[in-house]
Structures are given as C-alpha cells and as structure tokens.
Design a protein around this ligand. Structure first.
Ligand code: ZN
Length: 202
C-alpha cells in the first residue's frame, strides 16, 4: 500500500492518519521528500497493464530473488509505504514486502496464499502507491493466516490481524491483478478516478 494507507503505517496511529502522513510531503524534510519522489518513480501507476496482470509463482529462491526483495524493501521504505507487491515495480513474481511498524525489519512473503480468513470484517481507509491521491474505504477480514516462503525458501506461516492483515491482503490482491478500486462502491470508484485523473499526467 502507499502513499497510501496500505502501503504506509506507523504504530499507534490509524490507517487514515498514516495515509495522510505519508501523502503529505510538507511534513517531510526536503531530503526525505526527494527520496520519496525518487522511489515513487520506480512504482508503476494506474493505467500500466502490469498492474492488471497476475504474477507467476516463484520457483527459484536464488540471489536474484533476494536482490529483488532487497530492492523492493528499499523502494517501499523510501516511498514511505507499508507494503509493496512485485507487480508494482514491474516484476511478475508472487512476492510482496511489508512493514507496518517503522522499527520492524521488512518482511517478505514469497508465493503467499491466504490459508484462512476470519469471519469478522472491518472497513478502513487504504491508499496505494500505484494510485496517487486515492483513498478509499475497503472492507476486509480482520484476521488472516497466510502460508508463504521467505526469500530463502523456508516455509512460513503468518497469523496477522488489523493493519498487518490488511496490508498483506492488499498486496496479495496486487499479485492477482486486483486493485482497491475493484473492492469499493461505484460512487467511491468514481471519486477515486477523478482524483487519479488529477494526480496522473494524461
Ligand atoms: Zn497498492
């Protein structure tokens, strides 16, 4: 998630605030703002067909993969995001990185699969690094269990709740070519498209 909410987070603040913080460049010092702009230049934006393409499972856990993960983590951090999917940087691999607390290390999930979702749903605002200026309310399960591998090929299971669960679901959507625009009401989508038209050069 991104400039945005889902791609951005900090402890003890809600998604909405996070997103606002992330997208408010006036709050960043000039160096951080420049770093953010440089990172965002690597992120594919709405209209790029890669964002609508389903990513392929990873079958080689090699240095190339670990390098991808490292670079994705750097882009996410510099862009002040809380999550990033490989498709967002034009790589059609089922890989995502996320970090919902600033002091935590970046986590990578390779070939993630949602194994279980709780029945409880929650609606919260999300942004997306690929959808500048878009903030929409998305309903998602609060709790999920995800099976994946780390970048070394070790199987891992993540039990996630709240923002962490939201970010992971948002990024897995990207790996399936799904955007938050697909998960909101028609009126929200209309507003979002208007914001996108203003934010993205024609
Ligand atoms: Zn996104």
């Amino acid at each position: 998630m991104s400039e945005n909410p889902t791609d951005t987070a900090e402890p003890l603040v809600d998604d909405e605030e996070l997103e606002v913080q992330a997208s408010d460049e006036e709050e960043l010092d000039p160096e951080a703002a420049a770093r953010r702009q440089a990172a965002l230049a690597h992120v594919r934006k709405f209209g790029d067909p890669v964002l609508r393409t389903r990513a392929r499972p990873v079958d080689r856990f090699d240095d190339t993969l670990r390098d991808e993960v490292r670079r994705m983590g750097a882009v996410m951090i510099d862009a002040i995001g809380v999550g990033l999917a490989a498709t967002q940087v034009g790589i059609l691999h089922r890989v995502l990185v996320y970090r919902v607390h600033q002091q935590s290390p970046v986590s990578a999930l390779v070939n993630p699969e949602i194994e279980w979702s709780g029945s409880g749903l929650e609606t919260a605002e999300e942004g997306c690094l690929s959808l500048p200026s878009v903030h929409v309310d998305v309903e998602r399960p609060i709790h999920v269990r995800v099976r994946a591998h780390d970048e070394h090929g070790e199987p891992i299971t993540v039990e996630a709740s709240g923002l962490e669960a939201r970010v992971i679901q948002h990024e897995i959507d990207h790996l399936d070519g799904v955007l938050v625009l697909d998960r909101v009401s028609r009126s929200q989508r209309r507003e979002a498209m208007k914001a996108l038209r203003e934010a993205l050069p024609a």
